[in-house]
Design a protein around this ligand. Structure first.
Ligand code: EPZ
Length: 412
């Protein structure tokens, strides 16, 4: 692998920020919006609710003047659970929302109890019927104290988007500190909201009567960037990852250096390199944690990197209860992995024993893990069901080909 890849805007920032355009009527301009299956789904949902939008390159303009509905249908929500992010802005705008329960997905049950309990503190009554959550403001949206068992990312984002219009003060404790939450806070602030504590787990929101549209740039996708840094370790060579924010990747960069990779860090790019002479990297243990800990969204990809390392790597997944779907597929390539509850033990094997084979993607980050493993393995690895990959990676095959990797996307 030799050359450069440019990182796109963050999927997990674009989704809440697109939902936030529902909060106040008018035309919003969002720059650096990635063109992904998930962002197209969110734009379709905004359209169903009455908004209109147009894309010019990576800039998307959304006009939410005429909201004609407040219901997110099952057919759409079942394809993307992040659709629940319209709950908060709809409650803030019209005091009502009816959203299909997202249901589980490959990596876990994915409940939304923290979201609904939080809204209850703001005077919202919600009920479940026929697979739908119906949430309605009783009287007026009023600030309250919200606390999360686990610093849930989308629950923090949903509560922020309702609290900015709630009378008085809202305190959110044990809030998620992910950079994507910070990007949403920047957008809400540009819209006239009053929020203190960005980047901490203690957020204070003072509700305002009116908000107005804004222009905002989506931050770089730290998970996409991290995936390419890991891919450079798997394939060997030297890869410059541009248009990223290395300060969002400290945990991964430390682990890649501990494994024996050279990572040069600059303001908006990183250069990851490792010798192609086949010297194996060192096995490294990881434990996934809320930000700024090691991201669960890079666990599967990092496991693929550990397959041919010297030694044994122990991977603890603490965020989701079923995020080892990639293990069975990696074993098809020859990987030696034992799962024990929320931990996986990876025993490094010689590179010549990791042999390409047909495998199947099960979820977004598992599919990225299979690409990383395919880059490390000898022979060809054919990955089916790559619609999972297209949810969160813009033009991945094209970006990888630019670095000399032998990757092609065939009709699936
Ligand atoms: C966000 O999901 C991301 N998605 C996920 O990325 C990411 O893996 C996750 O945060 C953790 O970083 C988006 O931002 C759109 P959580 P989210 O609520 O908000 C439990 C990807 O690959 N929980 O932080 O849904 C939950 O079950 C995706 O891009 C409740 O119990 O995750 C999990 O165990 C996958 N009740 C833990 O909290 C709730 O009401 C953390 O989940 C909410 C969450």
């Amino acid at each position: 692998m030799q050359g450069k890849v440019a990182v796109s805007g963050a999927k997990n920032a674009a989704l809440p920020l697109l939902a936030a355009t529902l909060l106040a009527p008018g035309t919003y301009t969002l720059h650096n919006v990635p063109d992904l299956r998930d962002t197209r789904t969110m734009l379709k949902l905004l359209q169903i609710l009455g908004a209109s939008w147009e894309r010019d390159g990576s800039t998307v303009q959304v006009n939410s003047v005429n909201l004609t509905g407040a219901e997110a249908p099952y057919e759409l929500v079942k394809t993307m659970r992040a659709s629940v992010l319209v709950l908060g802005p709809l409650l803030g705008r019209v005091g009502y929302a009816r959203v299909s329960l997202p249901g589980g997905c490959a990596i876990g049950a994915r409940p939304i109890d923290y979201h609904l309990n939080g809204f209850q503190q703001l005077g919202v009554v919600s009920s479940l019927e026929g697979g739908y959550v119906e949430a309605r403001v009783q009287g007026e949206l009023t600030g309250g104290k919200v606390w999360f068992d686990i610093p849930s990312v989308t629950a923090t984002e949903n509560l922020l988007m309702a609290a900015v219009k709630a009378k008085g003060e809202t305190i959110i404790q044990n809030a998620a500190k992910e950079p994507e939450v910070g990007n949403l806070i920047d957008m809400l602030t540009a819209m006239g909201a009053e929020i203190k504590g960005k980047g901490t787990d203690f957020l204070t929101v003072t509700g305002v009567k009116e908000l107005h549209p804004a222009t905002i740039s989506i931050i770089p996708d730290r998970i996409e960037a991290g995936t390419y840094l890991i891919a450079a370790g798997a394939a060997g060579g030297s890869l410059e990852v541009t248009d990223c924010d290395p300060s969002h990747l400290t945990a991964l960069i430390e682990k890649l250096r501990a494994a024996g990779m050279q990572i040069e860090v600059y303001a908006d790019r990183c250069i990851a390199s490792r010798s192609v002479d086949g010297t194996p990297l060192r096995a490294v243990d990881i434990t996934t944690m809320p930000y700024p800990g090691f991201p669960t969204d890079l666990q599967a990809q990092f496991m693929a990197l550990m397959l041919c390392c010297n030694g044994v790597s122990i991977i603890h997944e603490t965020i989701f209860e079923n995020r080892f779907m990639h293990v069975a597929e990696l074993r098809r390539l020859g990987a030696e992995i034992v799962i024990d509850g929320g931990s996986a033990v990876v025993t490094g094997i010689p590179r010549e024993r990791l042999i390409g084979a047909p495998v199947m993607a099960t979820d977004l980050r598992a599919s990225a893990s299979l690409v990383v493993a395919g880059l490390a393995a000898s022979g060809t690895t054919e990955i089916s069901r790559i619609y999972h990959l297209e949810r969160g990676y813009e033009k991945m095959a094209e970006k990888l080909r630019q670095t000399g990797a032998a990757v092609e996307q065939v009709a699936d």
